[in-house]
Design a protein around this ligand. Sequence first.
Ligand SMILES: *Cc1c(COP(=O)(O)O)cnc(C)c1O
Length: 368
Amino acid sequence: MPRPIQALIHTAALAHNLARAREAAPDARVWAVVKANAYGHGIERVFDGLRGADGFALLDLSEAQRLRALDWRGPILLLEGCFEPRDLELCSRLNLWHAVHQNEQIDWLAAHKTHQPHRVFLKMNSGMNRLGFRPEAYRTAWARLNALPQVDEISLMTHFSDADGPRGVAHQVAVFDEVTRDLPGERSLSNSAAVLRHGAGGSGPALRSDWVRAGILAYGSAPDFPEHDIAHWGLRPAMTLRSRIIATQSLLAGDTVGYGSSFTATTPMRIGIVACGYADGYPRHCGSGTPVLVDGVRSGTVGRVSMDMLVVDLTPLPQAGVGSEVTLWGHGPGGSLLAIDEVARAAATIGYELMCALAQRVPTDVGD
Ligand SMILES: *Cc1c(COP(=O)(O)O)cnc(C)c1O
């Protein structure tokens, strides 16, 4: 029998979450962001659940090729644009729309021979200070692009640094609106947090975005956890990581568990050894008490996570034993649920990082 660990990708949850994005941004078209191999879920595995999107946004040309191989004929946007001039050939061949965030990319376009002009998303650095033209340089870049025969339509784009937090988006929206006021073209501003917190049903007037970029919300993690959880936003986990108990131990008071003896039993207790470790993508940096479901009942981890195993407390589960189902995150038996955000918090990180880190060695199936 293979090692009992397994990941499941939930097609219905992906479609449900996408529908939530549409509710929150009713007037916008939705990019399903599938960079990083669909946030670790696998582009091919999420395709059925997300094919109702208006387009797919990603970074890697190889991932764009995989989408075309799935026969996706709709829009694909390269969020970081081209990394070198010859990438433009593939953009022409696969009909990829691409971000333009710096002058070098305009130079490459100007030198590019194409029969079919490109659709570009001109990115403004409105305060994130990662990619994009500063506001004072933006209109010059727009005019340069507009003069190129290689360019068809120019859309206007920016990215928020604080859509999930108290600083919010207003300061960046003000800069963006001021500079782009009289420029034609569609706008793309919102990521998941902006869609949920600053879209229809959010606080304040809904943000205008012709194309929203829905990443994390599609996968069923709350961008602003712990302020809000997925139940608050009506999202469902698109990934379950589950395994089984492969052994049990009975501890006496004073016994320790695992490497570094970081956990000491204060009373007799029963523990279960689970076939899941950091080589599967489970975070090592989470202490004892990280939430976990055993047969759908909430318990906690005990001691350090090792490469192939972790340990759970079975004291509240006298009936559990070898073969019991353990849900590391996602959907458990009997309608139980453990949000990836809770595990991420115990590891001092975010749901994004855990889902992206799901290891290659974990057998992954697609289901409902
Ligand atoms: C990754 C990314 C997104 C999606 O962000 P989420 O927080 O996952 O919704 C949107 N826009 C850009 C430019 C990105 O790189």
